[in-house]
Design a protein around this ligand. Structure first.
Ligand SMILES: Cc1cc2nc3c(=O)[nH]c(=O)nc-3n(C[C@H](O)[C@H](O)[C@H](O)COP(=O)(O)O)c2cc1C
Length: 183
């Protein structure tokens, strides 16, 4: 059974709600064990344990929060060169649209790339005007159906990539499943 970790920081609960939706999406794929960890209680062992990782942070001045950055500096720094090849993605809640939530996702992805993670975005639309090309984003809490769907889709896609690339379950490949028909 392969393993997915949802690691997040949330000062006022919005990113935490996104994390729960992302976990829901990941659990929609069979054979995946899902852990959700808040940054203050997360350990390096959690990251070493997982095959796939979603990292979420509130948008703080257009980038990830200092607490999430500190986790990667101080907790994971000593484990640099031990996590290459794991699959990862990002999510962020901001105070408003245009407040930099995609930039915050990119800053998370930059940290993850530095550690050797294989990072991805999602091409699917989660609603008529809602995409998650750089990760799932929300303005404050994930209230609308579209934003909730984006969060679930991110978790599902993470679990699908883990199923395909870690467990070699090619039938879970999202392009084969949804766009080209199974087989
Ligand atoms: C120090 C600080 C910096 C922030 N910077 C931004 C920002 O650059 N853009 C933005 O839209 N919101 C910004 N916000 C608002 C938060 O991103 C927003 O309230 C978010 O929903 C909080 O998520 P949380 O409930 O998971 O902590 C900032 C908040 C704080 C405390």
């Amino acid at each position: 059974m392969s393993k997915v970790l949802i690691l997040y920081h949330s000062a006022s609960g919005n990113t935490a709600k996104m994390a729960q939706l992302i976990a829901e999406g990941a659990k929609s794929i069979s054979g995946i064990e899902v852990r959700v960890r808040e940054v203050d209680s997360a350990t390096a062992e959690d990251v070493l344990w997982c095959d796939g990782l979603a990292v979420g942070s509130p948008t703080n001045m257009g980038i990830l929060s200092w607490k999430m950055k500190r986790f990667w500096d101080e907790v994971m720094g000593p484990h640099w060169m031990k996590v290459d090849g794991k699959i990862a993605c990002a999510f962020s809640s901001s105070g408003g649209w245009g407040g930099g939530n995609e930039l915050a996702c990119q800053s998370i992805l930059t940290v993850l790339i530095n550690f050797g993670f294989l990072v991805f975005g999602v091409t699917d639309y989660a609603g008529k005007l809602t995409t998650l090309h750089y990760g799932a984003v929300a303005a404050r809490e994930p209230r609308s159906e579209d934003v909730q769907a984006a969060c679930r889709t991110l978790g599902q896609r993470l679990a699908e990539w883990v199923a395909v690339y870690v467990d070699h379950r090619c039938n879970e490949h999202p392009v084969r499943k949804t766009r080209m028909g199974a087989g």
